[in-house]
Design a protein around this ligand. Structure first.
Ligand code: MG
Ligand code: MG
Length: 306
């Protein structure tokens, strides 16, 4: 594989911000069509391409859901602890659940309850844990471990196992982190990222996405296939996001994940202004600040000069 030149610090921070803001945008846009079928979306919206809230959660326009909120929990835990502390992550999840969030996935709820009752930081392995709930929140770990793939693999799986202990979920968490690392260091979508994804799919054929099976459920395989399909069949942030959320299913989560990767690839400047204006401003400023903090404290940036 072709090596990429070391980018400057400012570019890396911009890509990190693009990833976290992109995740929140994808969540806010996709929440409207979560649990709908592609046909139902077509009938109701034609093409859903505006952040209008509503959906089954009756959201305000620009409001985000658990995907963004749990990612923020992990980011806050790292910042408050000034390092990686799994108990601090679980505590943030527990406090978040205690605040009665608008939505909590059942596997996440079970894992967090387990922590609250028994201080368990790892649930038992289960084939029922192959949902996308650990994958949807792994972004802060990838930002914070930029430059060290071993730390990425360790931390991303530790955070996953608080609620989801499943080999397919683990593989997806590690690989999405890898894609983010490569993107932040300057890898290009249709060159290095596509090549990496092809070898990942060879290693884990479950995730094969060509031809696209068209399912976009919360099963991590369906989610990952949907993300790969729209990421590699579009060449800009807007088309990538619109295609994804109009597929329906777990649209806020597929939207968040594709928004995260496309946000890193195309940067904040690639995100349509009308969407940036609609995103809840408190969420916008927090994810922007967390992205900066996390990546600036990563091994890669700590070793780079300004
Ligand atoms: Mg959600
Ligand atoms: Mg969802």
């Amino acid at each position: 594989m072709q090596s990429v030149p070391i980018p400057d610090k400012k570019q890396v921070v911009e890509k990190a911000k693009g990833a976290f803001v992109g995740l929140a945008i994808g969540d806010a846009l996709g929440a409207t069509t979560e649990f709908m079928t592609a046909q139902e979306i077509k009938l109701q919206y034609g093409v859903h391409d505006q952040i209008i809230g509503k959906g089954w959660l009756y959201l305000r326009a620009g409001q985000v859901t658990d995907d963004t909120e749990m990612s923020i929990c992990i980011g806050r835990a790292i910042q408050k602890s000034k390092g990686w502390d799994l108990t601090a992550v679980a505590e943030e999840f527990a406090a978040w659940v205690g605040g009665r969030p608008i939505d909590v996935g059942s596997t996440c709820a079970r894992g967090i309850r387990n922590y609250i009752l028994h201080q368990t930081l790892e649930v038992a392995p289960s084939r029922w844990s192959a949902g996308n709930g650990a994958l949807m929140r792994m972004l802060p770990v990838a930002l914070y471990t930029l430059g060290n793939q071993d730390l990425l693999a360790q931390y991303v799986v530790e955070q996953a196992h608080i609620t989801h202990n499943n080999p397919l979920s683990d593989a997806a968490c590690i690989f999405f982190g890898r894609l983010l690392h490569e993107t932040m260091m300057g890898a290009e979508l249709f060159r290095q990222l596509l090549a990496l994804t092809k070898s990942f799919v060879k290693e884990y054929p479950d995730f094969c996405y060509v031809p696209y099976p068209g399912k976009s459920s919360a099963y991590v395989v369906d989610t990952v296939q949907t993300v790969f399909h729209f990421l590699f069949s579009t060449d800009n942030f807007e088309d990538c996001l619109v295609g994804t959320v109009n597929q329906g299913g777990d649209a806020d989560t597929t939207g968040a994940l594709v928004g995260m990767l496309a946000g890193a690839v195309y940067g904040v400047e690639g995100i349509p202004k009308r969407w940036l204006k609609r995103l809840d401003p408190r969420v916008y400023s927090e994810v922007d600040a967390l992205a900066t903090y996390l990546v600036e404290h990563s091994p890669a940036l700590l070793s780079l000069k300004d």
